[in-house]
Design a protein around this ligand. Structure first.
Ligand code: UD1
Length: 433
């Protein structure tokens, strides 16, 4: 199992490039199910979740070509033949986003058999809202032996109000609605840029969608969709992680190939905390810090609020800020698994329910620590970058789910980080829990 060895103390200086957004790429790949034609996606990140999704689609009979060499960030998907519309547990178990194939499969083939998803262990993470919405559109759904079985001759347009804002739930039902008979109106939708990205692809495929990026989305169902080519948005969470890396190490970093308009909440908090953050160009942000960091509270919210996917990384920064700050997690219960590892490195953090109180600044000392989920791993990398001595991070496969070759990117701007063990390769077939 791969490990990262990180020696802290170097300020990060230079330019670091952001990859395409995993959380956009996953629904966009699932959208290819909706058509017999080829869908080409550019700016696909080379991360393990994408490889899992490729395997998932291939196991259903799709042809999925992941590019190599110069075309390594392009993928071509042809779902002409979907001989086996089943998302098997062996593939689905590591990735909650597999529930994204549910809507497109029923819409295209009239049936789906999807194993209940796994993914990051950050709370219960039900998919009841996906199920409820599809049932409203006329699907019959049953659950047995850990699988959901869904059937519908043709989905019908419906009026759906989400009880709770759900990102993949919005995406799943949006895809289903594109091929439904009649109009679907969805209210209380997620407004995340990943939803908008997916809607752009679907529109290029011939779907009739209005309001993506707002809380009400209207879809006029069509009888078929065609192939398209689409470029995936930059990953705002990877970009935010690098902004914190620049700030926490007291560096001067240009985070390139990002979309600054997606980073508002994170940039604002970094500025309040004492970093200098400026939009450097249309697609880059510069972060610098030469003074001390101040404690600033955060509270995670749906977009455009502070992202839950940045909470763990922000907490690493908070350990280096003067004063006490509150980090409130509103989206997922049980998303504080990084806390105990940060404490082992010398952080002063107390958790009370959904709030973590972080008292800083604490000098961190290098330690052997364990990555527990994707964003928790990022938090530990950030802490190790400022810890005194050499830290060893175990289970970095969590990191590989969502960050493309992060060690190479960080090394390029001055971090002392290396990987021990086999280098993750997108051809790797083993799926790890
Ligand atoms: C997506 C992101 C994930 C991010 C999260 C919140 C992907 C692949 N993953 O996850 O990185 O952390 O959004 O921004 O895009 N819920 C229900 N019932 C449902 C669905 C969700 O109760 O049917 C609850 C969840 O338990 C959670 C909240 O709604 O408390 C938000 O979850 P959701 O937005 O669905 O997260 P994901 O789409 O899984």
């Amino acid at each position: 199992m791969d490990k990262f060895v990180i020696r802290g103390g170097n300020p990060l200086v230079g330019t670091i490039r952001v990859s395409g957004a995993k959380n956009s790429a996953l629904p966009c790949m699932a959208a290819a199910i909706l058509t017999e034609d080829e869908v080409t996606l550019e700016n696909i990140p080379q991360v393990r979740d994408i490889e899992t999704e490729r395997k998932l689609l291939a196991s259903m009979g799709a042809e999925v070509e992941l590019g190599y060499g110069r075309a390594q960030h392009r993928t071509r998907i042809s779902c002409k033949l979907l001989s086996d519309p089943v998302a098997k547990y062996e593939i689905v178990k590591t990735m909650r986003a597999s529930s994204l194939v549910l809507g497109p499969l029923i819409a295209r083939t009239g049936m789906a058999r999807v194993a209940m998803p796994g993914g990051c262990a950050i709370g219960g993470r039900p998919i009841d809202l996906h199920i409820k919405g599809l049932e409203k559109m006329g699907a019959t759904i049953s659950q047995e032996h850990g699988y959901l079985e869904a059937r519908a001759d043709r989905l019908k347009g419906a009026s759906i109000v989400f009880d709770k804002i759900t990102v993949t739930g919005t995406e799943d039902l949006l895809m289903a609605a594109t091929l439904a008979d009649g109009e679907t109106v969805m209210e209380n939708c997620a407004r995340e840029p990943e939803v908008t990205d997916l809607a752009e692809l679907l529109t290029a495929m011939g779907a009739k969608i209005e309001g993506a990026g707002t809380s009400t989305i209207r879809v006029q169902g069509v009888t078929s969709l065609h192939g398209a080519r689409h470029r995936i948005n930059p990953d705002r969470i990877e970009a935010g992680t690098f902004l914190i890396a620049g700030a926490i190490t007291g560096g001067d970093l240009i985070v390139a190939n990002c979309n600054p308009t997606h980073l508002g909440a994170v940039m604002t908090k970094l500025e309040e905390a004492g970093a200098k953050v400026e939009i450097f160009s249309q697609d880059s942000v510069r972060v610098r810090r030469d003074g001390p960091l101040r404690a600033v509270d955060i509270s995670t919210e749906e977009y455009p609020g502070f992202p839950t996917d940045m909470q763990a990384q922000y907490m690493a920064l908070a350990t280096q800020s003067e004063g006490i700050c509150q980090v409130k997690e509103n989206i997922f219960e049980n998303r504080f698994m990084h806390v105990q590892e940060l404490v082992r490195m010398g952080a002063n953090i107390r958790v009370d329910g959904r709030v973590a109180y972080v008292r800083g600044a604490s000098p961190l000392s290098a330690a052997a620590v364990m990555c527990s989920d994707l964003r928790a791993s990022a938090s530990l990398v950030l802490a190790a970058l400022v810890a005194d001595g050499e830290s060893i991070l175990d289970r970095v496969y969590h990191m590989d789910r969502g960050y493309e070759r992060i060690e190479e990117k960080l090394r390029g701007v001055g971090a002392q980080i290396r990987r021990m063990g086999s280098i993750f390769s997108p051809k790797q077939t083993e799926v790890t829990l």
